[in-house]
Design a protein around this ligand. Sequence first.
Ligand SMILES: Nc1nc2c(ncn2[C@@H]2O[C@H](COP(=O)(O)OP(=O)(O)OP(=O)(O)O)[C@@H](O)[C@H]2O)c(=O)[nH]1
Ligand SMILES: [Mg+2]
Length: 212
Amino acid sequence: MATTTEDIPGVILAGGLSSRMGEDKARIRLGGVCLLDRAARRLAPQVSALAVNANGPVLFAEGEELPVFADLDTARAGPLGGILAALDHAGKHHPGASHVATVPIDSPFFPADLVARLARAADGPERIVAARSAGGLHPVFALWPVALAGDLAAWLAGGGALRVRSYLERHQAREVAFPPVETPRGPLDPFFNINTPDDLAAAENWLWILER
Ligand SMILES: Nc1nc2c(ncn2[C@@H]2O[C@H](COP(=O)(O)OP(=O)(O)OP(=O)(O)O)[C@@H](O)[C@H]2O)c(=O)[nH]1
Ligand SMILES: [Mg+2]
């Protein structure tokens, strides 16, 4: 099976607490554009439909109204809670889709060929495929089989580890390696992640370098 991107819906994971940032990361601006709009712009051309997982109000600065859904359980289960909600959403709204693509809200430079390359590595309807770079494994940048919705729900309900990595190991996920982005100031990890105000300042700097 080589999954094509023709029927892979995408979900932006924005359901976290943003505690290290101190304010909702979906709303903070990078180069004048809020992170939610940046993620949507980058993921939209790669997927068949786009939606947002969030546990609070969502504001679309660019006027685009995307479907928004919360975690199924009010107990915070970390990113896996958002991924389960994404599988549930896909099962209801995209019955032909075998996989859902997820990206986090806080990594604005992710590859334009992310979903296509992950999809090429999906060799079966129950295969999870996650992204890797020189910085390590990035388990929230992944393709998730809709068929695993029940298994993931049971794993979380049964007290399974909340670490996404543990779930990937359980299912022998495949990994796809992505190269660094070459810039005049050296290599940039395409999965650079904004968790703190310092990270945001560093991202502003990378954006300036990339847009020169
Ligand atoms: N749905 C959902 N998503 C989550 C949860 N926790 C984290 N995420 C998402 O998982 C991705 C990685 O999250 P982190 O950057 O580690 O955590 P965060 O909650 O955003 O920020 P911190 O509170 O500073 O750790 C982001 O896309 C988050 O929105 C959760 O409990 N539920
Ligand atoms: Mg993060």
